[in-house]
Design a protein. Structure first.
Length: 84
């Protein structure tokens, strides 16, 4: 998921915004949290509310995220097994 490697399991998902106003997507499993930074770029469209759209592809899935005048995507890919 982006730069994060997540083992199979059930996760709580939440966003955080740092002091530098950078967004992170966080995955919590028990007491362990794995985070990945969201690359948001300026958008031609303005979203007055947080918008998240899930999508599927042949080799994975992803989330499109938009808020205000920024938007970005994060891809989810299955881990590749050794030798495949």
């Amino acid at each position: 998921c982006g730069d994060a490697v997540l083992p199979a399991g059930d996760y709580q998902v939440f966003f955080t915004i740092g002091d530098d106003l950078a967004w992170s997507l966080n995955f919590k499993n028990g007491d362990k949290v794995v985070s990945t930074k969201l690359k948001l770029d300026n958008s031609d469209h303005e979203s007055k509310r947080l918008m998240m759209c899930l999508y599927a592809e042949d080799n994975g899935a992803g989330v499109y995220i938009a808020f205000g005048k920024q938007s970005g995507m994060i891809k989810f890919e299955a881990a590749k097994k050794e030798g495949k």
